[in-house]
Write a protein that binds this ligand. Structure first.
Ligand SMILES: O=C(O)CCC(=O)C(=O)O
Length: 189
């Protein structure tokens, strides 16, 4: 159940991080790009490829600069106090109803001390669990909302999106819609 905004220490939410037109431009650019379908959900990697199985990024995995259409959002993320520079790696995740992402902490040696996720499309519940305890919290991620994970939330809590077809939102069970997330990271090699 996730009716209240409850995020772990070190996590921060920014509503309306991108204006509607910018969100539409991002969606159009993503939908015009090539998807990788190796996982249960489709993804696009920019800047650097990430190896999910080995949990690593190496020099050979550099893809190049971020595309122009990602730069305004990457600049804005890089200007946040949690970030020490502009992100140079972005993974776009597509979640269709019933799809999610299992509990994880973003690769610690691969990426810098802050990661951010911009939501587009439908609402979804994200669940946080404190490692080695039973503490849990959750939040509904809304379109155009940016979630930033730093400090405790980045290292001591897992985050996940349960793979289901609906979520409880403001007391009502709501069917999921297609959701996209753009996840911004700094590669630390
Ligand atoms: O979809 C999201 O907002 C989070 C994605 C995520 O946790 C990841 O790509 O590692």
């Amino acid at each position: 159940m996730a009716d209240s905004v409850s995020v772990p220490p070190g996590a921060r939410l920014i509503r309306d991080f991108v204006p509607e037109q910018a969100a539409e431009r991002l969606l159009a650019a993503i939908d015009a790009s090539t998807w990788c379908a190796d996982l249960k959900r489709r993804v696009q990697h920019y800047g650097w490829r990430y190896d999910y199985r080995e949990r690593r990024v190496t020099e050979e995995m550099r893809l190049g600069s971020l595309p122009d259409w990602l730069l305004p959002a990457a600049e804005a993320v890089g200007d946040l106090p949690e970030f020490d520079r502009r992100p140079d790696q972005v993974i776009v995740n597509e979640y269709l109803p019933g799809q999610g992402i299992s509990a994880h902490v973003d690769c610690e040696p691969c990426f810098g001390p802050a990661v951010a996720s911009l939501s587009l499309g439908g609402d979804v519940e994200m669940v946080f669990r404190k490692r080695s305890t039973v503490e849990r919290s959750s939040v509904i991620l809304e379109p155009a909302m940016l979630l930033i994970l730093s400090d405790e939330a980045r290292y001591n809590w897992t985050h996940e999106i349960p793979a289901r077809k609906s979520d409880m939102i403001r007391g009502m069970r709501q069917p999921r819609k297609r959701r996209l997330s753009l996840t911004f990271r700094t590669v630390t090699l």
